[in-house]
Design a protein around this ligand. Sequence first.
Ligand SMILES: [Zn+2]
Length: 453
Amino acid sequence: MRRTMSVRDIPSAAARRRAPRLATVAAAAVLAASASCHRPAPAIERVVLVGIDGLDWKILRPMIEAGRAPHLARFVAGGASGDLSTLLPTYSPNLWASVATGKVPGKHGIDGFAKRSASDAKKLVPFTSNMRRAKALWNVLGDAGKDVAVVGWWTTWPAEQVRGVMVSDRMQYNRFNIWLGLAHHGQDLPGQTWPRDLFEELVDATVVDEKVEAEFFRRFDPENPEPVLRRDLHDPWYELFLVYGRDRAYAEILDRVLDRGPYDFVAYYLNGPDIASHYFWKYRFPGEWPRPLPEEDVRRHGDVIESYYAWVDDSIAPLLEQADERCLVIVISDHGFVSGARGDSRHISGIHYNTAPDGIIAMAGGGVPAGATLDRAGILDIAPTVLHALGLPVGRDMDGRVLPIFAEGTGASGVELTFVDTHETGDGPTDTEPRDTEHDEVILEKLRALGYI
Ligand SMILES: [Zn+2]
């Protein structure tokens, strides 16, 4: 899918605010010049954080070399990149909450996919945003007067009342799932967006139909003689279709959210490479699979993961192009993949659970030198790095550190690395019980198919 609108020309919130405040800036410059220690304003005004679940250099590097991921190729060449070490177990809710908070799951409290309901011990309820016990980047930045946009990030339902926009990770459980027959009610799930009335402007982006289904088969299984989906949550093609519909919807939603900007911080999440890798890894690396696979299947399905990566590359191109002197763009994944089976999930051939293969990190803009290697970066380092890049102090209670590429004076070089004991202000949600919804059974069924619960 091509984006309908470029986001390149949108000025940053800081730039917009800067215009009428030249007098203040001039006064500050005089002050700075007269101070004994030289502390210019932060060089970086905006950070765009793109989270892509399960993206792995083993797939991406050869694609970059072969010219199949041109936008990421240009982005990686123009900035710094490396491996991103993960945390065990490599469960997505845990990891993406650790990215957002800079804290280990024991501190932020999102430590699995689902939790037993307090009122009914037999019932599992997926984690909800009110259960996170630590402030996320969007909370800390909002407290500091920064405008944020958060789209599709894990465990963001119900949408939090941020300074800016939040579109929860369950947006597609409305019209989308109704069309698929997965939800048997006509009621939209509340709490999808902040501000709340944004929902009506976005919800049609989540609609999937026969045209999307046809496009899906052309893209991922063009030789299929009967391109019709079986509505079965344990069927790999159906799973891939669900996640493609999801990611496609969020790409459109992001476009519309960016039109409402500018923002000082954008966090955006795509899920598809993880699902594609779980189900199609053995066709990409047939030699690593313990049993021989039908040649015809390897030929037809061996390119599914790359096809998904190629869609991601195209889809995030406008975000990557935002990288410049004042805008730092960071692309990360939470883990990679290895070959392996998973319990009784008979279709799974790519895994990451307790093996912790590294994810990826690439960043450009904000003075990051081209061609640099990021050494020993980890999931927990993202939040401190983003805070520092935007000129805010790092919480001493965070478990990561500012990546040395900034701490040593590159990029946000003029800004001294500063700390506070904590950014927690104790004003988080008071009700931290999981909120159950009519969609829970569908969510849990998908998690079971993946062997997560
Ligand atoms: Zn996974």
